[in-house]
Ligand binder design. Structure first.
Ligand code: C2O
Length: 349
């Protein structure tokens, strides 16, 4: 086989659902010069290690990572829309890779789709990596890390309160109003509100976590998703955590009164909600956790996975080509996750 390779020139009209909300195009701006994308290089080993912390622990105390995240989002929103580092363009990245704007090289009838396949975790890791570095640059704070929404532990099973504050840059009016805090998340949400106590919901969520992280994910193809190579139609099959809780959190968060459950409930619009990035920090954290639980798990070694590549603008607005291979060692990427415990490990159904 051959890997999926993203090419800026092959970006065009996205395939949007009916009644989609503008913008209707989501390709990135052209690079400032004709210089081709440079290949990814690892950050300097002397850079401060960015510690991503739980959003639920960041109210008061010495950890102000949610407040810093709010400032970063405000700064990104203040950049002109033409700037690849603006919040507008950062949100568009998700649309471009998820709504068929990018086409496979030489096969314009085949989109590049990074969901429901083995590209899910590495693509979103790279996306968040550059988003975080842009945020850190704008803040002038090289140690800045995106907080994670720890919906897998009881303390994190609510929308962090700052995101529900209408005066915060983290607020998004297009969310399910019934799910504002202190409503406990339902990791099994299928559009019907459950009639159970918070404690029952928490126990159900912990059992789902165990099932998705341990019982049903002994192999990389089960955890990550199925192989997807150049020439394939796409969406061969999602991994456990992508389906649930990842997709379920999107469904639970979006506004069901909107045509496509915007923002979080639709691929094209989900990254327009600032909660998308802490949601993905937690999904990415679970990839790290999966590698260590149940006696340990190894990722794929297939070169078609390792050589798949994506394009991002970095904090200097330079276009960079990143491969999956570049995204496998968070220590070399200079970030880590604060420990929040793994209470679901003892919630074997
Ligand atoms: Cu690209 Cu949470 O989805």
């Amino acid at each position: 086989g051959r890997p999926i390779v993203t090419d800026l020139l092959s970006c065009g009209e996205p395939d949007l659902p009916t009644h989609a909300l503008p913008p209707f195009r989501c390709c990135p701006p052209a690079p400032a010069s004709d210089a081709p994308a440079t290949n990814f290089t690892f950050p300097d080993a002397g850079e401060p290690l960015r510690t991503r912390r739980p959003a639920h622990g960041a109210t008061g105390g010495t950890d102000d990572s949610v407040a810093r995240y709010a400032r970063a989002v405000a700064l990104m929103k203040a950049l002109p829309e033409s700037d690849p580092r603006s919040f507008y363009q950062q949100a568009n990245i998700h649309c471009a890779y998820c709504a068929a704007a990018y086409r496979q090289a030489g096969r314009p009838e085949l989109p590049v789709q990074i969901h429901y396949s083995w590209l899910f975790f590495p693509f979103h890791r790279a996306y968040l990596y550059f988003f975080e570095r842009v945020a850190a640059r704008l803040l002038g704070d090289p140690g800045f890390a995106v907080p994670f929404w720890s919906w897998d532990v009881p303390e994190g099973m609510r929308v962090p309160p700052e995101f529900a504050d209408v005066s915060s840059p983290l607020y998004d009016p297009m969310r399910n109003p019934e799910h504002a805090p202190p409503r406990v998340v339902d990791l099994d949400f299928s559009y019907v509100e459950k009639n159970c106590t918070d404690e029952q919901q928490i126990q159900l969520n912990l059992r789902i976590m165990y099932k998705q992280m341990v019982t049903n994910a002994p192999l990389p193809s089960l955890f990550h998703g199925q192989p997807y190579r150049a020439g394939d139609r796409g969406m061969p099959g999602a991994g456990t955590v992508e389906l649930s809780p990842h997709n379920i959190i999107h469904r639970w968060s979006g506004d069901l009164s909107r045509a496509n459950h915007e923002n979080m409930g639709a691929y094209y619009s989900s990254a327009r909600d600032p909660i998308f990035y802490p949601h993905h920090a937690n999904s990415d954290r679970l990839w790290e956790v999966w590698r260590g639980v149940g006696g340990g798990h190894a990722d794929f070694t297939d070169p078609d996975w390792l050589d798949s590549s994506f394009l991002f603008y970095d904090e200097d607005a330079r276009l960079v080509r990143v491969t999956v291979r570049d995204m496998l060692d968070v220590g070399r990427l200079r970030y880590t996750y604060a420990e929040v415990g793994l209470p679901w490990l003892s919630a074997r159904p």
